[in-house]
Design a protein around this ligand. Structure first.
Ligand code: ZN
Length: 466
C-alpha cells in the first residue's frame, strides 16, 4: 500500500468517527440514566424473581417503539431479547447483562438493600455493581439508537438474562444458547467481566475482559480400613487424605502465559512503580520468573492465579464419630483451569504429585463449557480500546483474564468473540464494597461515564459508515 493510500484511509477513518457519532447531551440525559438505574436496583431480582426486571425493561423498550421477545423456561425467570435491525452487511453485536442478583443479609445493610438509596455520592443496593450498571447502560444504548434514528450496519441485540448467579435449572444463558441461539447469535458480545480502576480523581486503568478460567473441580477420595479409634492404623483414610491435600495445596502448577495475560503483564509493568514493574517483567525471563512468581504467590495472589491453572482445597468431609476410623475421607479441590488446559494430563500430573494409590482424583461434572480466549486483534477489541481512551483520557487499557467464571464462557464456546466491561471504582471501593459483598454500592459519578463508554462502543462498532 502506498503511503498516500494509507494516509487517505487513516484520514477517512478519523473522519468517520468525527462525522458519524450522533451528539448526545449527556448532562440532559443524567436524570433518565439515574432513574432507570435506580428503578432496576429497586427490584428484588434474587434468583427466581428475574421476570420483575423483564417486565420493567419490556415496558420501557416497548414504550420507545422497540419490540421485545421473552423466553422463559420458568415463568418467574424469564429472559428478554430486543433487536434493532441493521442493514445486514456485518454480523450482529450482542449486548447482554444478567438481571439476577445474589441474596442479602438485611441486618448487614445500613439502608434497605432494594431502595437504591442515594447517600454520600453512592447509590446503595444489591445489584448496584453486579450487574445493573451494565443492564442500564445497555438499555440506554438501545433507547438512544432508536431515539436518534441511528442507521446500523449490524443488528444490535439486547439480552437481559436470568440465572447468572445461580442456575442449577439452566434457565438463563444455557437455555438461550441451547434453545434460542438464533435470537442471540452474534459476531461480538459485550457484558460484565471487565472494569476500570480510579486512582485519586482519574481512571488510570481500563480492563477489557477477554478470557476466563474454567472451573474444573475434583474430589480427592482416600480409602482405608475402618476401625476402632483406640487402635492406630497406617491406612487411616484421614492420614492419606490430609497428606494429599497438603501436597496439592502447595503444588506450584506450571506457569503458562497466553495472549491476554502476556499483554496484561507487559502493560501493567508500563503503568506500575519501578519496583513492581521490574517484578512483572521478571515473569518473562526464565532466570527470574520463579522468584517473581513466589512474590506474587505471597503478596498478589490474584495475579499469581492468572499465571496458571490453580488448585485450591475448599472442603473436607470425613468421620462419623470421635472413636471411629472412617473408611473414606474426601476433599474438594476448586481447580480453575487456564483456557486450553489439557485437563486429563493435568490430573495425571496431580496424581503424580500426590503419589499415593490410596487417594483417587474424581472430577466433578463441569457447570460451564471450556471457552477459548477472545482475540485481541478484532475490530471490536480495537474499538473498545479506542473508546476507553476517549471516555477515560490518559487511562491505560489492558486485556484481562478473569480467574472467576461468567456467562461469557457459553458465548465464547459458541464462537462469539466476547468482551467484558464494568464501571470504574477505586481499589478501596472494590475491596470494601465488592460485588456479592455484605453491602454493595456504586459511586454515582462512575455510572455516567460507563454509560457513555457502552454507547461509544455500540455506535462505533455497529453504526453505518458514510
Ligand atoms: Zn455478575
Amino acid at each position: 500500500m502506498s503511503r498516500l493510500v494509507a494516509l487517505l484511509i487513516a484520514v477517512a477513518s478519523v473522519r468517520r468517527v468525527a462525522a458519524q457519532t450522533p451528539a448526545v447531551d449527556w448532562e440532559k440525559l443524567k436524570p433518565e440514566i439515574l432513574n432507570d438505574y435506580r428503578g432496576l436496583v429497586q427490584l428484588d431480582t434474587t434468583s427466581g424473581h428475574e421476570t420483575r426486571a423483564v417486565d420493567y425493561l419490556r415496558k420501557i423498550l416497548e414504550g420507545a417503539g422497540i419490540p421485545t421477545e421473552t423466553f422463559a423456561l420458568e415463568p418467574d425467570r424469564a429472559n428478554l431479547v430486543a433487536r434493532l435491525k441493521g442493514n445486514g452487511s456485518k454480523r450482529p453485536l450482542l449486548i447482554l447483562a444478567h438481571t439476577d442478583v445474589v441474596g442479602v443479609q438485611r441486618e448487614k445493610w445500613p439502608v434497605d438493600p432494594f431502595s437504591a438509596t442515594m447517600k454520600d455520592g453512592y447509590v446503595w443496593g444489591r445489584g448496584s455493581k453486579d450487574d445493573k450498571p451494565v443492564l442500564t447502560a445497555n438499555l440506554i444504548a438501545m433507547l438512544l439508537l432508536k431515539r436518534l434514528g441511528v442507521q446500523l450496519e449490524r443488528d444490535v441485540i439486547f439480552l437481559a438474562e436470568s440465572g447468572e448467579e445461580a442456575d442449577p435449572a439452566g434457565v438463563g444463558i444455557n437455555y438461550m444458547v441451547r434453545e434460542h441461539f438464533d435470537k442471540i447469535d452474534a459476531e461480538f458480545a459485550m457484558t460484565e467481566g471487565g472494569g476500570a480502576t480510579i486512582n485519586g480523581t482519574r481512571v488510570e486503568m481500563v480492563n477489557i475482559g477477554t478470557a476466563e478460567k474454567l472451573p474444573a473441580r475434583v474430589r480427592l477420595v482416600a480409602n482405608g480400613m475402618a476401625g476402632h479409634g483406640s487402635i492406630p492404623r497406617l491406612d487411616n483414610s484421614l492420614i492419606h487424605l490430609s497428606a494429599a491435600v497438603e501436597k496439592v495445596g502447595r503444588w506450584e502448577t506450571p506457569m503458562r502465559l497466553n495472549d491476554t495475560t502476556r499483554t496484561y503483564f507487559e502493560k501493567l509493568a508500563g503503568i506500575s512503580s519501578p519496583e513492581k514493574a521490574a517484578r512483572y517483567q521478571a515473569l518473562f525471563n526464565s532466570k527470574t520468573a520463579a522468584s517473581a512468581q513466589q512474590y506474587l504467590r505471597e503478596n498478589e495472589p490474584s495475579l499469581y492465579s492468572m499465571l496458571r491453572t490453580s488448585v485450591v482445597p475448599t472442603m473436607l468431609k470425613a468421620g462419623v464419630g470421635p472413636n471411629v476410623i472412617p473408611s473414606e475421607a474426601e476433599a474438594t479441590l476448586d481447580v480453575r483451569a487456564l483456557p486450553g488446559e489439557d485437563l486429563p494430563k493435568f490430573f495425571a500430573e496431580m496424581a503424580k504429585v500426590i503419589g499415593d494409590p490410596a487417594v483417587k482424583i474424581v472430577p466433578i461434572p463441569q457447570t460451564r463449557p471450556p471457552s477459548p480466549a477472545s482475540r485481541l486483534d478484532t475490530e471490536m477489541y480495537r474499538v473498545m480500546e479506542q473508546v476507553a481512551q476517549t471516555v477515560y483520557p490518559g487511562a491505560a487499557v489492558l486485556p484481562s483474564m478473569s480467574t472467576g467464571a461468567s456467562d461469557q464462557a457459553q458465548l465464547r464456546a459458541k464462537g462469539i468473540q466476547s468482551y467484558g466491561i464494568g464501571p470504574a471504582s477505586t481499589e478501596d471501593e472494590a475491596l470494601n464494597y465488592p460485588p456479592h459483598g455484605d453491602v454493595e454500592r456504586l459511586a454515582e459519578s462512575s455510572l455516567y461515564p460507563f454509560v457513555q463508554y457502552v454507547w461509544g462502543v455500540v455506535t462505533e462498532i455497529a453504526m453505518k459508515g458514510p
